[in-house]
Design a binder for this molecule. Structure first.
Ligand code: APR
Length: 316
């Protein structure tokens, strides 16, 4: 992406996540935003509302709401947030069939109108949906990624900061694996201003934080009752978009296509990635314990079950 260019960001889906993505993008002045949804009036209304907030919030990016995919033409980044969110009692895999069909249709349009874009998938079940998008789009894998690890590690950072009464900005973490209850938070790669949390917290508190991180999405679903989290998911997707558009070479955990890393092949999973103008420019392979490696492989099995489910339903 040439430097100094005015970027175009498309958010597919103008629901809770999609509209918040648009808000964070314009507040950061990342670029002009196209908000797309199938519901008539919804993206147009939210886009106009966001535009009218501009003079007060101090941004001048354009926000365009539309029901036509052709309006995403030439987008640099497409963030896919369309699909059903979870309700209490549902797992992310329960969304497989409906969201699979939605993501498939959207990919046809991305291929048609924004063939040079980098695509960030947010729709759940995340790791399965991003694999589906990769297959349907036919883009190189560095330009198709999923937002999950960034969110899961942000949740873990918050919990560590709350537990210790320190600034969230001082906490760094790494969470690998699928975006589900089998994710693999890594306390050994969690630090507070460089101090490992294993030196600051007893094991049972660390275990409780790991468990809360794994169930972080469910905790919000149980509170909201009518939908799932959107502020932190949107913030995470926009963090990834920013790293790419501004060529920051940020190391962020993302769902990336694996070709042997961590002993896994032909699957999308959360791993530490270097994000820059070429999307996922590199995947970092960390030294992890045998136990964490086994959990990672278990989590990959869950993703493969979802992929097989798509094949059984003829979606993939
Ligand atoms: N094209 C565009 N928009 C669509 C399509 C489609 N084919 N199908 C559905 N949508 C829109 C819906 O009309 C709705 O406005 O997607 C939007 C989804 O918004 P919400 O219901 O508010 O859901 P949200 O909380 O934003 O979550 C969206 O992100 O985090 C994940 O699990 C979550 O899969 C869910 C997705």
């Amino acid at each position: 992406m040439p430097a100094g260019k005015r970027f175009k960001i498309a958010s597919i889906g103008a629901g809770n996540v999609g509209a918040t993505v648009a808000q964070y993008c314009v507040e950061l002045e990342l670029g002009d935003v196209v908000l797309t949804d199938i519901i008539e009036g919804l993206p147009q209304g939210k886009a106009l509302d966001l535009t009218e907030a501009g003079p007060i919030r101090g941004y001048s990016c354009k926000v365009h709401g539309t029901n036509y995919y052709k309006d995403i033409e030439g987008a640099d980044i497409v963030i896919v947030t369309a699909g059903l969110p979870r309700k209490p009692g549902m797992t992310r895999l329960d969304l497989l069939e409906k969201n699979g069909a939605i993501v498939s249709g959207i990919c046809e349009n991305i291929k048609r109108y924004a063939p040079d874009s980098t695509v960030i998938v947010v729709t759940n079940p995340l790791d399965v949906m991003v694999y589906l998008a990769y297959q349907k789009l036919g883009f190189p894998p560095n330009r198709v990624m999923g937002m999950a690890g960034c969110l899961d590690s942000a949740r873990m950072r918050s919990f560590v900061a709350m537990e210790l009464g320190v600034s969230m900005k001082n906490v760094d973490t790494m969470v690998l694996g699928s975006h589900g209850d089998d994710m693999v938070p890594l306390p050994h790669y969690t630090t507070v201003s460089g101090i490992p949390i294993t030196k600051l917290l007893p094991q049972e508190r660390i275990d409780a934080i790991v468990e809360r991180t794994r169930k972080g999405g469910g905790e919000i679903v149980a509170l909201l009752k009518t939908g799932s989290a959107f502020y932190a998911p949107a913030a995470s997707a926009v963090r990834m978009a920013q790293a790419i558009l501004r060529d920051e070479k940020q190391v962020l955990p993302c769902a990336a296509y694996l070709t042997g890393q961590y002993g896994l092949n032909d699957v999308y999973m959360g791993v530490p990635c270097v994000l820059g103008q070429d999307g996922v420019e590199r995947i970092l392979e960390l030294e992890i314990s045998d136990e964490d490696r086994a959990s990672l492989h278990k989590s990959a099995e869950e993703v493969r079950t979802g992929i097989a489910g798509l094949r059984e339903r003829g979606i993939l």
